[in-house]
Design a protein around this ligand. Sequence first.
Ligand code: PEP
Ligand code: MN
Length: 353
Amino acid sequence: MIVVMKVGTPESEIDRLSAEFKANGLSPEKIVGKHKTVVGLVGDTVDMDALQLQDWSPWIEQVLRVEKPYKRVSREYRQGEPSEVVVSTPNGPVTFSATAPLVVVAGPCSVENEAMIIETARRVKAAGAKFLRGGAYKPRTSPYAFQGHGESALGLLAAAKAATGLGIITEVMDAADLEKICEVTDIVQIGARNMHNFSLLKKVGAQDKPILLKRGMSATIEEWLMAAEYILAAGNSNVILCERGIRTFDNQYARNTLDLSAIPVLRSLTHLPIMIDPSHGTGKSEYVPAMAMAAIAGGTDSLMIEVHPNPSKALSDGPQSLTPDRFDRLMQELAVIGKAVGRWETQPMPVLV
Ligand code: PEP
Ligand code: MN
């Protein structure tokens, strides 16, 4: 249930009401929006009468029941106000939100060595990316394929961060690695294959770093939102949803089917920011620019693009990786669309000294 408070409700009244909710076995959660404060009620509310609840305080404007299985991630939970995931990076804070400029995340699928990660970081930063994304622990279909350099790659990501001031995003596959990953990363990625790993979702939800939650390759939108709900229910509301392509009957030409309709669908269902990953979504570098442009036109809040200095030699996902030169050009192409839809940042971020 959602209790919408009137504009100007005194803090003391919200505190009093929250104590009363707690005394009735409910968990109140205060959400301070730009215009209004809302109290989300989680717990057994089936027998509660919304009209009766309204009498608990003259400061209550409205009591709404959320009928969907996901509550905290629903649009209603924030009264239609998009949430803002603000991530601090050495170059300054970056906001992922429907209210903020588009954020571009780029980097290689895997961190391979120091020279390649630093070179990639420098190039994607110069082109306008705000985050370097690279895998240290890689989820590979074959146990014989390159599994990532693990802990040593985390050190290389830290070096790339120090050299460029870019924020870092990297994937966690095993909760045992979470602590050391969090020493380096600014956003923790949950990959498509772990979207349904509920114990991992609870663990990342219990720590403070923002989470990038990729859509499972066969997950419905509702299953994906329920996965996000696990993270919010565990206490972390800084979640970004990343569409990365789903499996359909046809994978003859593209690796996956990039579900761009997820953008308006998610927008109508959730307040969480949206990212589109056309690299995994198509699996082929030549298809990436068109889908990246379409995603901006469709209203995405962020893009993730795989970039490798030498894609034909990449240890993973080479065929879908852009060269730094192609990425440079793509950013110029994206700027045209980004400006047209009012989502292109005009102020460059302060340069790290
Ligand atoms: C990745 O981001 O490199 C990756 C493995 O993606 P996904 O989990 O979407 O397959
Ligand atoms: Mn990849």
